[in-house]
Design a protein around this ligand. Structure first.
Ligand code: NDP
Length: 284
């Protein structure tokens, strides 16, 4: 059995589906979805992420705008930009790349994005709607990508014991909500969790979102478990690795995501999907 969950290939399939749908909608309405990406300051990783998002838009026929702001940008200037994008009818999705430079209140800025255009799914109201299982929301892209990977590989979620290691607002918590909505039994672990190893060992599906290279060892994985590695860590030699010790864990897992090429490519694919969903909602 092929045990690798190929996120790169799955993301490619999703992008192809989106590209086709964009063409159909363009034919029907004479308009295409639009995404505005805002970057403040010079963070090198943020620049790479923003450029890959813009490239993805170009590939799929989605209109995109990149707004590059100086690190000294004031909160008022940023709020004014978001406000103008909120009102712009050609823009269906707005993404403010995080982290923002010190002195800018991320929560205030994110919550100023119109919730109907919050394609990152970070607006407090959208997160709340995910929690209560409402559909007219945006699922945060990385958790959405994890669920999509499990579904496209037809791996059961309902009734499964799932352990997520990491409780961040962008991965662990929203993912827990999505998986509970899919009828999984979910435990969310973090740095204060007692007997973490024993908890992980019980899991049918383990999701690692810790931010520590190779934190989850093969000995912590139950035979036949599904292992999803959200982590992206750069090692001293410049290579990327996940939060799971892949070489060890793949000997135990029935299915496992590699890093790179697992969850990572899904995040941008789901951002494109959310932008398409937003456009379709405005056309209804
Ligand atoms: P955060 O740093 O926000 O959260 C890390 C979580 O891990 C926290 O809940 C923390 O616990 C927990 N943790 C840290 N140390 C331990 C420990 N020793 N034992 C148990 N739990 C621990 O990270 P993110 O959620 O933002 O990201 C997690 C990883 O996923 C990173 O590698 C990041 O690069 C990657 N990532 C990948 C994405 C993708 O597209 N593939 C997107 C987003 C993130 P506590 O809350 O108690 O501090």
């Amino acid at each position: 059995m092929n045990k690798i969950i190929d996120g790169k290939e799955t993301a490619k399939q999703i992008r192809t589906e989106i590209k086709e749908e964009v063409l159909v909608l363009k034919e029907k309405y004479g308009k295409v979805p639009g995404l505005a990406v805002v970057i403040v300051g010079e963070d090198p990783a943020s620049k790479v992420y923003v450029n890959s998002k813009v490239r993805a838009c170009e590939e799929l026929g989605i209109y995109s705008e990149k707004h590059v702001m100086k690190a000294e940008t004031t909160e008022i200037e940023l709020l004014e930009l978001v406000d103008s994008l909120n009102k712009n009818e050609n823009i269906h999705g707005i993404l403010v790349q995080l982290p923002l430079p010190k002195g800018l209140n991320s929560k205030l800025i994110i919550d100023s994005i119109a919730k109907e255009k919050d394609v990152d799914g970070f607006h407090a109201e959208n997160i709340g709607k995910v929690l209560i299982g409402e559909e007219d929301t945006f699922k945060s892209c990385t958790p959405y990508g994890v669920v999509e990977l499990l579904k496209r590989y037809e791996l059961p979620i309902s009734g499964q014991d799932i352990v997520i290691v990491g409780r961040s607002n962008i991965v662990g918590k929203p993912l827990a909500a999505l998986l509970i909505n899919e009828s999984a039994t979910v435990q969310v672990c973090h740095s204060r969790t007692k007997n973490l190893e024993e908890k992980v060992k019980q899991a049918d599906i383990v999701v690692a979102a810790v931010g520590i290279a190779k934190f989850i060892k093969g000995s912590m994985i139950k035979d036949g478990a599904v292992v999803i590695d959200v982590g992206i860590n750069r090692l001293e030699d410049g290579t990327l690795c996940g939060d799971v010790d892949y070489e060890q864990a793949k000997e135990k897992a029935s299915y496992i995501t590699p890093v790179p090429g697992g969850v990572g490519p899904m995040t941008i694919a789901m951002l494109m999907k959310n932008t398409l969903i937003s456009f379709e909602r405005t056309m209804k």
